[in-house]
Design a protein around this ligand. Sequence first.
Ligand SMILES: [Zn+2]
Ligand SMILES: [Zn+2]
Length: 261
Amino acid sequence: MNFYGDYHTHSKHSDGRQNEAEIIEAAKEKGLKEIAITDHGPLALGIGIKDTKVLEKMRLRIDALNQLNPDITILLGVEANIRDLDGTLDIPISAMELLDVLIAGLHPYTIPTSVSDGINLYLQNSFRHLGRSQREKAIRNNTKAIVAALDNNPRIDILSHPGLFFYIDVEEVAQACVRNEVLFEINCGHGYPHVSDIMVAKEQGVHFIINSDAHFTATVGQLEYGEEAMKKIDIPPSRIVNLEDKGGYNRWPKRSKGYIH
Ligand SMILES: [Zn+2]
Ligand SMILES: [Zn+2]
């Protein structure tokens, strides 16, 4: 199976081991026509992009790299952190304007907006193994945060690894993806979500994107986990936005309807 692009990779600007040029070379070797470099937002503790100035420099460098590499389109993105129950992201709108692609997701070790968000979201999540009622409370809070993020941030393109580290109500999250035309990610680096959750999302009618979440050059464009999931539960190709014949990111459902960043 061939893919048009891989839209989730990390460089040395966050916790990736590879620089931009190495990501681009690896993507070309895999035969990709588009590659997005999407480092962690600033509030990922110790690993996030330092500030908007770093993004401004990355924007200039990626523009230059596009000139040097006419055979592939290089996109700048960020994997923003959802940092509270209202779905607030950790990058300002001014920074979003520098980006081609915006990913959002829940991550452990994110600095929350307030102490109560820290308790309700991150601490509650660490109680999820302590019994049913604690787990249900964690699911409620995690789901609420993601749904609010999708409903309140129209620029989000992709929800990364739904349910990873944070249990969620997959049906409710998938419905929010459909409502907001946000792509539901099948994340091959983490092998997540599990096939059973992908099936639930499929039934809700989401569009999927299959990404590597590569932190090393060896895994750029490595999308086998998604291919296998596609086959196992028979996801029609029309529901995967980054297969080779789909064209680039400008043809994703939200964007093809005239949505402009
Ligand atoms: Zn992530
Ligand atoms: Zn990532």
